[in-house]
Design a protein around this ligand. Structure first.
Ligand code: FE2
Ligand code: FE2
Length: 267
């Protein structure tokens, strides 16, 4: 069986479409959350997940959008209070928000004799599971598929936007496919990241995708949006190799960190 594992679309349907064009022979698609926020295409992203029968969990940015939607406080905001989450809410309808709300936080499944547990993140920030004890404890608390006793166990996380595999021996590991849209600012590649599990074997992959339309929307939104939020999209959708690693957004972020201000909901 071929399983495609993606995560952190962040309102970018073009990244995941590029992945699909390369991996369309996958038997199953699993998605570890953060479908929306920090990008211009929330409807297309939710449509993509629905149209391709993706097995999906809810991320912290999906929760954030649901909260903002329920508050109703996203229309008529001044630019200095407008973030991507407000932009996304203005584009969505109740049925899209209902689709996000209906997603589970954890999903247990089995494939090729291996048991899997998928959730968006471990802990509140960027913690990862770093010991077998914590792996076992989390598995016991959340895995709920009967009949998998003795199977090798794997967890799938998103959220950090880092491609990673952490092994605790031959029968326990967790993996993160990276983000199909954004990654951390110290990783210069802007490709869409993902993982393929072919007959149980994990491969971390990435593919370039066209970012021009995403950048055009970021440019259009610039006068109507908080500078921090605009800079994030500028960096990810507008940045090119020739801009180098010293892009202004990194300076802005470093400056804010020095002052103890961390932009909310970075990933
Ligand atoms: Fe997240
Ligand atoms: Fe994310």
């Amino acid at each position: 069986m071929k399983i495609l594992v993606i995560s952190d679309l962040h309102s970018n349907a073009r990244g995941v479409q590029a992945i699909w064009e390369r991996e369309s022979d996958a038997d199953q698609i699993y998605m570890a959350g953060d479908l929306v926020d920090y990008g211009p295409e929330p409807m297309a992203s939710i449509d993509w997940v629905r149209d391709h029968g993706v097995h999906c969990v809810r991320g912290n940015h999906d929760d954030r959008l649901i909260r903002v939607w329920q508050s109703g406080e996203y229309a008529n905001l001044p630019p200095e209070q407008t973030a991507w989450v407000h932009h996304n809410c203005r584009l969505l309808t109740q049925s899209y928000v209902d689709a996000l709300s209906a997603l589970p936080t954890h999903l247990s499944f089995e494939a090729d004799g291996i048991a899997y547990l998928m959730t968006h993140r471990y802990g509140d920030a960027y913690q990862t599971i770093e010991s077998r004890y914590h792996f076992d404890k989390y598995w016991e608390a959340h895995f709920d598929l009967p009949g998998c006793q003795g199977y090798p166990r794997r967890m799938i996380f998103g959220h950090s936007h880092r491609q990673q595999i952490m092994s605790f021996g031959k029968d326990a590991l967790w993996l993160n496919p990276g983000s199909a849209s954004y990654r951390r600012p110290d990783e210069p590649s802007k490709d869409a990241f993902y993982a393929v599990i072919q007959d149980g074997e994990i491969d971390l992959r990435h593919v370039p995708y066209p970012r021009e339309a995403l950048y055009a929307e970021a440019v259009r939104m610039r006068p109507n949006m908080m500078e921090d939020e605009w800079r994030v999209a500028d960096f990810f959708f507008g940045w090119k190799e020739e801009d180098g690693p010293d892009y202004p957004w990194l300076e802005l972020l470093a400056e804010r960190r020095k002052k103890g201000i961390v932009p909310p909901g970075r990933c």
